[in-house]
Design a protein around this ligand. Structure first.
Ligand code: 13P
Length: 255
């Protein structure tokens, strides 16, 4: 049985959504969580433009703050990019790397993702490393092979349960309202857990790494998905944008 050194992590990935006015949702979430004591950690990953203001709103609420991406260099001539050190400087404790939207929109390879995760660790941040198969890969029966390749390629040296979270996000489940069956989620997560052993120095450490499920997580399906073996939280897109839905997910699964 895994030793649960770390509670599950429910993180909200706001993607390219949110203006200053959206911080009212964070105020509302704070209020809902104030006396709730969920059995999970909660984090929000807004666009870069809101990090600083959101950090102030979050205050000592215990809700964590994360970035959605970082460059692998600590500084330099990289117009439009953000260093992991900058995220740490502004109050982030984590950063998402290798999201499928970045892999697709920006051509990020496993090697780039690995460099970004290493940068996160260098800056003292937790890396939330995203992996997942496309619908064509699933239909071709290649899901587990794809996950193995992504794990081998996207995790830098020095990964452990304290500095790394894996987010399993089937690309075809993101933003579509489709989700894998609980059997498919169980199969993927068990496989990821097994493959992690080689990356984190053994099965004992791998048992402690949090493996989130992501892709169309909603208040109505969160309980069932989060109850699957080896699922240690969620990476939530659309439903993290409102306090009602995000809290609905947290309360359905972890209250
Ligand atoms: P949705 O929850 O909107 O499907 O997005 C999932 C996701 O990509 C989180 O990173």
């Amino acid at each position: 049985m895994p030793t649960h050194t770390f509670p599950p992590l429910v993180a909200g990935n706001w993607k390219m959504n949110g203006l200053i006015a959206s911080l009212k949702e964070v105020e509302a979430l704070k209020e809902k969580l104030a006396d709730a004591n969920p059995r999970c950690d909660v984090m929000l990953c807004p666009p870069f433009t809101l990090l600083s203001r959101m950090n102030k709103v979050l205050g000592d609420s215990g809700i964590g703050l994360g970035g959605q991406d970082c460059h692998w260099e600590p500084s330099g001539a990289h117009t439009g990019d953000i260093a992991a050190e900058m995220l740490a400087d502004i109050g982030c404790t984590a950063v998402i790397v290798g999201h499928s939207e970045r892999r697709t929109d920006h051509g990020e390879t496993d090697e780039i993702v690995r460099k970004k995760a290493a940068a996160a660790h260098r800056a003292g941040l937790v890396s939330i490393i995203c992996i997942g198969e496309t619908i064509d890969e699933r239909k071709a029966g290649k899901t587990l092979d794809v996950l193995s390749t992504q794990i081998a390629g996207s995790l830098p040296e020095g990964c452990n349960a304290a500095n790394t979270v894996i987010a399993y996000e089937p690309v075809w489940a993101i933003g579509t309202g489709l989700t894998p069956t609980v059997e498919e989620v169980a199969e993927a997560h068990a496989h990821i857990r097994k493959e992690l052993a080689a990356q984190v120095g053994g099965a004992e450490e791998a048992a402690r790494v949090r493996i989130q499920y992501g892709g169309s997580v909603k208040p109505g399906n969160a309980k069932e998905l989060m109850a699957v073996d080896n699922v240690d939280g969620a990476l939530v897109g659309g439903a993290s944008l409102t306090a009602e839905d995000f809290f609905g997910i947290i309360s359905a699964a972890y209250l």
